[in-house]
Ligand binder design. Structure first.
Ligand code: NDP
Ligand code: HSE
Length: 440
């Protein structure tokens, strides 16, 4: 390990969008960063599959195609993992921790699935695993929740935390693009994951809300119990109908503490068009946090891309460099609460969640359909707040759009199964949740 005034020596795994962004930001702001840390931050070794990618970068460091060479390099004090994946990346990080190296990672999938194991190993070795870049790109939301709100009891958080799906929904609404056109452009702009299914099917947002819930409520990381729905089932018509009713559709990650447990969910959600979150557009992210002392606080910024994500990686490197010499027991805990003080609050099933709802029902154009649907909902104690019926004399089916008052999701699911069984109902019912996100 180096002397306290020597440069902090960094090894980087992965030199793609985030890795190259990190090298650029470290170089561009080197003087400013050294003034803040009191030491230089120097990249000494980087791993990439295809070194030709680095020709345009003026990187004065050893380059390897084998990531193990970086992890095993005794010259490396801090490992930055920005290659992605949950298999090899997990092995490399655990090996680095075992070798006494601090770790900075942007890999939300890895931490959501293996965070408990990785944080426990780091705790045992007295090293840090910093992950600001894993959630909401440039927005310092981990630091805000873990440190800035440390005096609060957090009640809930709700966020637009996937830039790709927010970009797609924005382009569908603003430009009338279809889903595939918007996704292709999001990929071209570097917002999407290597597997864009993680973005549009909600997995990426689920990884992020899982991590935020852990640090907000002091619970172990439990991705397996996160409820996940993406935006693939949405049609442009839904965006238009929601607008007619005064709402925007956003893919939200939501986690709420209740007396009997914690809700943890990702799904497309209607939110009032006047709400600040409804106006977060394109690749931007925003997270709304409600806590007892601060009330509501909102965190907004760029959620994806090279430089924005590098901003968070470099902030973590600065934090790590500053605390390298501090007693490990006096550092900020990985999950915000002391490891032996994590709560055993259970994650709640979706049937127990209460929300208002939007339903799109495609029915054959016959008299009395609406009355049948309303009766079935009423039999489950569910009442209708608003209705849109699109008349189309030439079409065989017509969409009926309903806004429902708050009810228990388990009750609504039973009503939907009965509605779908009606001979006049032509397609599966689309069910979206509606949240007011009001201060409570
Ligand atoms: P990229 O695909 O752009 O880059 C991945 C890099 O890792 C590439 O340089 C690739 O090498 C390298 N790599 C992958 N596997 C290996 C291996 N086995 N050995 C050596 N090098 C390897 O990904 P991103 O930079 O976009 O994302 C990296 C991580 O950051 C992911 O975990 C992602 O979820 C996360 N993240 C990304 C954000 C973004 O906006 N892009 C935002 C926040 C987090 P090669 O180039 O030769 O293929
Ligand atoms: N694919 C992610 C997104 C990158 O679109 O938000 C940032 O985590």
């Amino acid at each position: 390990m180096s002397d306290s005034m020597d440069p902090v020596r960094i090894g980087i795994l992965g030199m793609g969008t985030v890795g190259q962004g990190t090298v650029r930001v470290l170089a561009r702001n080197a003087e400013e960063i050294t003034r803040r840390v009191g030491r230089d931050l120097r990249v000494v070794h980087a791993a990439v599959r295809n070194p030709a990618r680095l020709e345009a970068l003026d990187l004065q460091a050893r380059i390897s195609t084998d990531p193990w060479a970086v992890v095993r390099d005794p010259e490396v004090d801090v490992l930055v993992e920005v290659m992605g994946g949950t298999g090899l990346a997990r092995e490399l990080i655990l090996a680095a921790i075992a070798a006494g190296k601090h770790v900075v990672t942007a890999n939300k999938a890895l931490l959501a699935e293996h965070g408990n194991e990785i944080f426990a190993a780091a705790q045992q070795q007295g090293v840090m695993v910093a992950f600001e870049a894993a959630v909401a790109g440039a927005i310092p939301i981990i630091k805000a929740i873990r440190e800035g709100l440390a005096g609060n009891r957090i009640q809930w958080l709700a966020g637009i935390i996937n830039g790709t799906s927010n970009y797609i929904l924005t382009q569908m609404f603003r430009e009338g693009w279809d889903f595939q056109q918007a996704l292709t452009e999001a990929q071209r702009l570097g917002y999407a994951e290597a597997d864009p299914g993680l973005d549009v099917d909600g997995g990426d947002a689920a990884h992020k809300i899982t991590l935020m819930a852990s640090i907000a409520f002091g619970i172990p990381v439990d991705f397996a119990h996160c409820h996940v729905e993406g935006i693939r089932a949405l049609e442009r018509d839904d965006v238009v109908y929601a607008a007619e009713l005064g709402y925007r559709i956003k893919l939200l990650g939501i986690s709420r503490r209740r007396a009997d447990g914690v809700e943890l969910r990702v799904h497309p959600t209607l939110i009032p068009e006047s709400h600040l979150l409804a106006n977060v557009e394109g690749p931007f992210n925003a997270i709304l946090v409600e806590s007892d002392a601060a009330g509501q606080s909102l965190y907004y910024g760029r959620g994806a891309g090279g430089d924005p994500t590098a901003s968070a990686v470099v902030a973590d490197l600065v934090d790590v460099a500053r605390t390298m010499t501090a007693d490990p027991s006096n550092r900020v805990p990985h999950l915000a609460f002391q490891p032996d003080a994590l709560s055993a609050l259970p994650l709640l099933p979706m049937a127990e969640v209460e929300s208002a709802y939007y339903l799109r029902i495609h029915a054959h154009n016959r008299a009395g359909v609406l009355a049948q649907v309303a009766t079935m909902l009423a039999e489950h104690q569910i009442s209708i707040e608003a209705l849109l019926q699109k008349e189309s004399p030439e079409a065989d089916t017509v969409p009926i759009v309903l806004l429902l008052h708050r009810c228990r999701e388990g009750d609504l699911e039973q009503a939907i199964r009965r509605i779908e069984a009606l001979p006049v109902v032509a397609r599966p019912v689309l069910r979206l949740r509606v949240e007011s996100l009001a201060e409570q």
